[in-house]
Design a binder for this molecule. Structure first.
Ligand code: AMP
Length: 177
């Protein structure tokens, strides 16, 4: 993987969406074909031999390469969405954020006990969103659940909230502050 190319093209937006946040804008990578291909190839190399049957993407930046990876792995793609967006029967998980709480949902019939699942999102900050997604997917009793991010804000130590068995992997490591 060409890390230099990816890091060079990753746009940082200071003080977005609130003062003090250094926002890593992954759309600056998605819009460049050479960066999109680097990310897609790197994900495929990382997960091609893991027996994954479902890739779960977290709304909305997790949909882009989550769906692309699912296609390459010959796996299904499953969205995790904000409340009220999925049309069939769902299960949900609530979690606390810096201000207030948030809820995410998944279709109840999207995963079963024969599935090996990879949950994918663009970026690991505190890990709160992904931990809720992990707990949500676990409720559906798949054989195994793994976790992937494109970018990890290493200094925030978000990975420490996940159990060892979640096998958290990221492609790029950057400073969050
Ligand atoms: P967290 O639950 O703190 O790990 O972050 C939740 C979501 O917010 C991630 O999926 C990211 O899409 C987004 N996010 C949080 N912090 C940043 C940041 N510094 N730059 C870009 N996206 C962020």
């Amino acid at each position: 993987m060409n890390k230099e190319l990816l890091l060079k093209n990753l746009r940082n937006i200071p003080d977005f969406p609130i003062p003090g946040i250094q926002f890593k804008d992954v759309t600056s990578l998605f819009k460049k074909p050479e960066c999109l291909k680097e990310l897609d190839d790197a994900l495929y190399e990382l997960y091609k031999d893991c027996g994954i049957t479902k890739v779960v993407g977290i709304e909305s930046r997790g949909f882009v390469l989550g769906a692309a990876l699912a296609l390459r792995l010959n796996a299904g793609f499953v969205p995790i969405r904000k409340p009220g967006k999925l049309p069939a029967e769902t299960i949900s998980e609530s979690y606390s954020k810096e201000y207030g709480t948030d809820t995410i949902e998944i279709h109840k019939d999207s995963i079963d006990e024969n599935d090996v699942v990879l949950i994918h999102d663009d970026l690991l900050a505190t890990g709160g969103t992904m931990l809720a997604a992990y707990n949500l997917v676990k409720k559906l009793n798949p054989k195994k659940v793994m976790i992937n991010f494109l970018i990890e804000l290493e200094d925030l130590k978000g990975r420490e909230i996940f159990p060892e068995e979640a096998d958290v992997k990221s492609l790029l490591f950057v400073e969050g502050a």
